[in-house]
Design a binder for this molecule. Structure first.
Ligand code: DX5
Ligand code: ZN
Length: 228
């Protein structure tokens, strides 16, 4: 975990004009673009696939943080790497130690990073605790996967605190990414609980000034960090 990072989630923008969503992230000097891939199976929505990631790749060198909410990530990891994803996040709910190791090997072979996500009700499984050093970003979801614009589930905060302590105790540099319902009003609590990467869909793209909203989130987060 280093500094605060802002990761706008383009799912909250007009899906017919995702180029504009990426441009807003670039203009607002976000740290990474969050791309939510949902297959209608793992979660109740269908978004986009590797073709869309590839089509957006030419717009920027910014990190493409691809959140795979799909039932069989093994069948698609290579395709997202080919498309230009930099961080590939898999859900712990559909993996075990063996399948994680396989995916980790193929992502690292391409020089890319592995993220591991958990839903609000999921505790980090034992196999994942044992492999925390292989994870670049631990994605702690604060809404049930599927849709942008939901309210943050604050009951996840104690888990977030525990995981952030675990990362610190192990002396790891793992990013702790908070995904779901991030708004200027809850950033302070999220940062005080140990989150450093803030994913924001509606918190950026539903605002009147989405470019400015990125700076607002950063300012709130840095203020909270300073007062920890
Ligand atoms: C939920 C996605 C989130 C979400 C973020 O399935 O993983 O990234 O779209 O959007 P907001 O910030 O609006 O909850
Ligand atoms: Zn996401």
């Amino acid at each position: 975990m280093e500094g605060i990072k802002i990761a706008p989630s383009i799912l909250a923008w007009d899906l017919g004009n995702l180029e504009k969503a990426v441009e807003i992230s670039v203009e607002g000097k976000a740290d990474q673009v969050h791309l939510d891939v949902i297959d209608g199976n793992f979660a109740p929505n269908i978004t986009f696939g590797p073709g869309t990631v590839k089509a957006l790749r030419h717009l920027t060198d910014m990190k493409f943080d691809t959140h795979l909410m799909i039932q069989n990530p093994q069948n698609y990891a290579e395709k997202f790497l080919d498309a230009g994803s930099d961080l590939l996040t898999f859900h712990a709910e559909v993996l075990n130690g063996r399948t994680f190791d396989e995916l980790h090997r193929s992502v690292r072979a391409r020089g890319k990073e592995v993220g591991l996500a958990i839903k609000p009700q999921t505790d980090l499984p034992g196999w994942a605790r044992d492999r925390l050093d292989k994870v670049s970003a631990l994605v702690v979801m604060t809404v049930n996967p599927g849709f942008s614009g939901q309210r943050m589930d604050m009951s996840v905060m104690p888990k977030l605190q525990r995981l952030s302590r675990l990362v610190k105790e192990r002396g790891l540099g793992t990013d702790i990414e908070i995904d779901g319902g991030v708004e200027p009003e809850n950033v302070a609590e999220v940062v005080r609980s140990g989150g450093n990467v803030l994913v924001a869909g509606a918190g950026v793209y539903a605002k009147e000034d989405p470019v400015g909203a990125i700076a607002v989130l950063r300012k709130e987060a840095e203020k909270a960090r300073g007062s920890r």
